[in-house]
Design a binder for this molecule. Sequence first.
Ligand SMILES: Cc1cc2nc3c(=O)[nH]c(=O)nc-3n(C[C@H](O)[C@H](O)[C@H](O)COP(=O)(O)O)c2cc1C
Length: 265
Amino acid sequence: MQMTAPRWKLALDKALAASPKATGTAGKEREDSCLNLLTVIQLASIDVNTPVPHVRSLVFRSFVSPTNDESHPLLLATTGGIDLLTAKETNWNVIDVRSPKTAQLISNPHVQVVWYIEGTQEQYRIAGTARVIPAPGEGLYKHFVHTLVELQNTAKPSSFDWEAKRLAVFRSMSPFMKASWCRPVPGSRLEGGQEEARKWPTEIHEPAADDAEAKKLWDMSLGNFALVVIEPSEVDHIELAPVPNLRTRYWRSNNGVWKDEELVP
Ligand SMILES: Cc1cc2nc3c(=O)[nH]c(=O)nc-3n(C[C@H](O)[C@H](O)[C@H](O)COP(=O)(O)O)c2cc1C
């Protein structure tokens, strides 16, 4: 069984490393500010309700390999679209309060990511499946645990701790981003207009042990925070810098081995 990273992943690592925005001091303070455009991917999905594709920008966080198998790299992004706490508090049907992308990815996990690396003039179009990993709890979580078992469908199953990963990524987010997960459900009607919006918390920090109000906000933010894990199965890589341009198709075969062929760009 191939255990080395696929060639497209090595090329992507190299392209990211070569980009000035991905290195040096840019990282820390811009970690989740959405300003480091290098790390923004576009994720497209379709669902059963409409023939119109849905596409949105997401910040790419990192690669993750739950099975420690370099040949099986997963892309990690985040979303605040799951609103289990609000659902519980208001007695709404959980299905109705999820963000559009969450419901769409549940109904059809097949996605395409397009990622343009400006510095090296490369485009990666990555097809695969996406899974959402919410807070552990009732109801929906069972669904996600089920899909995670599928994700580990390799010769070497692992006991990767996804909740520990979710917590670690959450802690790394800025207080501003943490506050964004305490807003009402994303995409829902803005009841009360901007006046109401000005009352939303703007920063959330780890609460002191005796600060019940801060703990409530922290728990709400963490409860609404979810990871998005994208498992690539095919990659269309275009390199515009060389002349003539290069185009390579990579695909993961049934036994997990990545194959590739050159295409006309
Ligand atoms: C530069 C940029 C980065 C973004 N990053 C994220 C992200 O990491 N996670 C996220 O859920 N939404 C992110 N968004 C917002 C999404 O593109 C989208 O508008 C939102 O998540 C609602 O998507 P949905 O209606 O498909 O659920 C980002 C938007 C921009 C412009």
